[in-house]
Structure formats: structure tokens, C-alpha cells
Design a protein. Structure first.
Length: 132
């Protein structure tokens, strides 16, 4: 009975602080890489041009992000080649941005596969798309 009375006086136990476990960066966090400045290319119809800004997403971690950033120049060259081949009809189609992003995704991953043996790009996104 005395023990019960003493316990009642003390009240409920106080929560104890648990030390926080320090965690590193999440390896599966999306990492965004831009291909630098926008691409500007003339379209076959006189006086028409296309301006595109492209970004990449990788979920493959820091090493993949570093590899993509270091290989930015060949990726830019490949992207510019694809944009410069576009016709006015392709550039102004309703699904033009999505179609270009899908084509770039396949082509740039094929380029990276030659160098690294892996598909490092999970998504290509169009940051800016303008046809004049």
C-alpha cells in the first residue's frame, strides 16, 4: 500500500529523450540536373524558331547526378541535334512538349547507356518551350 501511495505522489513517468540518429541524404530522392542555357533553333519555315529549356531527373543517387552533370556537353549536343531536326508541324503539335520529352528521354538514356552501361535518366522535363 505504501508503494502505491509513493507511486501516486511521483506521478506518471516523464518521457525520456531519445538521441536522434543522424541520417545521410536519401539516396532515392529525386535529383534535378539542367542542361544549361536554353536551346534556340531555327525551324524550316522561314522566320520561325523554337526555344527550349530542358532538365533531367535521376533517382539513381549522387553518383548518377555527378555523372550526368559531368556529361552535360554531349547531352546538350544530342539535345540540340534533336531540336534542330524538328519541323514546324512537330514543334506546334498539341503534344509537342510531351513528345519531345519522351524522344529526349530515350535518346539521352541510350547515350548514357553507351558510356555507363545504365539508364541514369528517370525523366526529362521541359522547363520552357516557345515557338515563334
Amino acid at each position: 500500500q505504501k508503494a502505491a501511495e509513493e507511486e501516486a505522489k511521483r506521478g506518471p513517468p516523464k518521457p525520456q529523450l531519445v538521441p536522434l540518429v543522424e541520417q545521410g541524404p536519401n539516396p532515392f530522392e529525386p535529383r534535378y540536373i539542367t542542361l544549361g542555357d536554353e536551346f534556340i533553333s531555327n525551324l524550316p519555315q522561314k522566320g520561325r524558331a523554337i526555344i527550349v529549356e530542358v532538365g533531367l531527373v535521376t533517382l539513381k543517387g549522387e553518383k548518377a547526378e555527378k555523372t550526368l552533370a559531368e556529361d552535360r556537353i554531349p547531352l546538350r549536343a544530342h539535345t540540340m541535334a534533336m531540336i534542330s531536326e524538328m519541323t514546324v508541324a512537330q514543334a506546334t503539335a498539341e503534344d509537342a512538349q510531351e513528345a519531345l520529352a519522351n524522344r529526349l528521354h530515350k535518346a539521352l538514356n541510350a547515350e548514357m547507356r553507351k558510356k555507363t552501361g545504365a539508364d541514369l535518366i528517370d525523366k526529362v522535363f521541359i522547363k520552357r518551350y516557345y515557338v515563334q
